[in-house]
Design a protein around this ligand. Structure first.
Ligand SMILES: Nc1ncnc2c1ncn2[C@@H]1O[C@H](COP(=O)(O)OP(=O)(O)OP(=O)(O)O)[C@@H](O)[C@H]1O
Length: 309
């Protein structure tokens, strides 16, 4: 595998003094789809904007396709396509001209065959002569993608590609992303939606408070997200977890009145039925039981706590 984006200790402090990126380091491999997952204000857009040269970093470095984003800005930028979060298009311009013009901005020669291919791929070909203002919101988003692709970038950044779009368009977007990957484009997308990361990413980076908290293969992260916790309150406090229950890896509360069992909701067997039988077998009587899903938010909280420790 070859690294196509290498970010090292990137920091960004905005003019008002707010530090939006606090030393971000991440390496992105050519051809992969990386989802940047994080809550509002995590720093996702700041990171993307910095890599695309829209925002200047305060310190640190980033290299795209071998080119430093600051010292070698033009070369780095030529390799990058950006689909921004907000739709900013000229309302009276025709679809095809909007896309052609974008290619021209990168100093690339006119290539109508390529533009046709992109517009067809994004099911915009029939709308090529329509004015932007005549398009639906979903079509405008497709035009943004077409614009980002028309100079043949090797790395495509998509900032919240499916925020506020309907389920059907979301699935279309996922399909488009997959096709682009098959064409060899490296894709970095930001999202709030765990199911989006699950559907299309190879790896997931969790970002919060301007820091990357983890970068993990999707499968490993999803396993963590599928965790659920069963809390068992006992009628009588115990000193220790009975030996017979050792296999369950239970956690005993400090006051000895409750046990916590963590299990994977996606596993074929959660072990709950057997655990409840074995609790009775060990002579423990239960006052109450409750289950709790480990949500993304909780995982963030855990990660932040670990990060601060
Ligand atoms: N130009 C700016 N000046 C000052 N602060 C800014 C500026 N742009 C962003 N911020 C702040 O930096 C932090 C990170 O913002 P950013 O837009 O990168 O987050 P995000 O993860 O993309 O969030 P969202 O999911 O809401 O888009 C926020 O607290 C935001 O208020």
């Amino acid at each position: 595998m070859t690294a196509i984006v290498e970010v090292k200790d990137l920091r960004k402090t905005y003019a008002g003094g707010f530090e939006a990126l606090k030393g971000v380091s991440v390496t992105i491999q050519a051809g992969e789809i990386l989802a940047l997952l994080g809550p509002n204000g995590a720093g996702k857009t700041t990171l993307i904007s910095t890599l695309c040269g829209i925002t200047q970093p305060s310190s640190g470095s980033a290299i795209v396709g071998g080119h430093d984003i600051q010292n070698d800005f033009r070369e780095a930028r030529r390799l990058i396509g950006l689909v921004p979060q907000e739709v900013a298009l000229e309302p009276f311009e025709k679809v095809i001209n909007t896309v052609r013009f974008s290619r021209g901005l990168f100093g690339k020669p006119r290539n109508d065959a390529l533009i046709e291919r992109i517009l067809r791929q994004l099911t915009l070909w029939d709308k090529r002569d329509a004015q932007i203002k005549e398009l639906s919101g979903g079509m405008k988003r497709r035009v943004l993608i077409a614009k980002a692709l028309c100079h043949e970038p090797r790395v495509l950044f998509l900032d919240e590609p499916t925020a506020g779009v309907d389920v059907e368009l979301r699935r279309d977007m996922w399909q488009i992303v997959e096709e682009l990957r098959q064409d060899g484009v490296t894709i970095i997308l930001t999202t709030h939606y765990i199911e989006e990361a699950e559907a299309i990413a190879d790896r997931v980076a969790v970002i919060n408070g301007g820091k990357i908290l983890l970068v993990e293969e999707k499968a490993a992260l999803m396993k963590q997200l599928g965790r659920k916790v069963l809390r068992i309150d006992l009628t009588t406090a115990v000193q220790a977890v009975p030996e017979a229950l050792a296999v369950y890896d239970l956690e005993l509360s400090a006051d000895g009145t409750s046990l916590t069992y963590t299990y994977d909701t996606r596993a074929e067997r959660t072990g709950i039925t057997r655990l409840l039988q074995d609790l009775a077998g060990a002579g423990l009587s239960l006052r109450d039981i409750q289950t709790k899903e480990s949500s993304l938010e909780e995982i963030f909280v855990d990660l932040v706590k670990e990060g601060a420790a």
